[in-house]
Design a protein around this ligand. Structure first.
Ligand code: ZN
Length: 111
């Protein structure tokens, strides 16, 4: 998501807390307010999009090789083998990022 990438490039970490978006400035000093403000306004205006994007989990985009093969059969973080393909065409670990809603799931898969 372009908006999230731009915020990230400016040093922001954007996470979901329950159903609220939390943007934290991770660099030292003050954020460049003139560049950040329009992005934060956009974040508020597209709150629902951003939330569903964050809920879908930020994982590597799908390429030719299935996620579970690429990870040698298990998630690098939790070592479980379950995964799901989101409607945004992103494969996500079932344990680290369970889908917030079945409507987000295009396909279930596992190692
Ligand atoms: Zn995992």
């Amino acid at each position: 998501m372009k908006l999230l990438n731009e915020l990230k490039a400016l040093g922001y970490n954007v996470i979901l807390e329950g159903d609220r978006i939390r943007a934290t400035y991770t660099l030292s000093g003050n954020p460049p307010a003139d560049r950040v403000k329009p992005l934060l306004d956009e974040l508020r205006n597209h709150k629902d999009d951003v939330i569903s994007h964050l809920k879908a989990g930020v994982a590597e985009p799908v390429n030719e090789k299935p996620y579970w093969q690429k990870l040698d059969g298990s998630c690098r973080i939790c070592r479980t083998t379950g995964a799901w393909l989101s409607i945004h065409n992103v494969l996500v670990c079932l344990t680290c990022h369970p889908p917030a809603h079945e409507k987000l799931v295009a396909r279930w898969g596992h190692a």
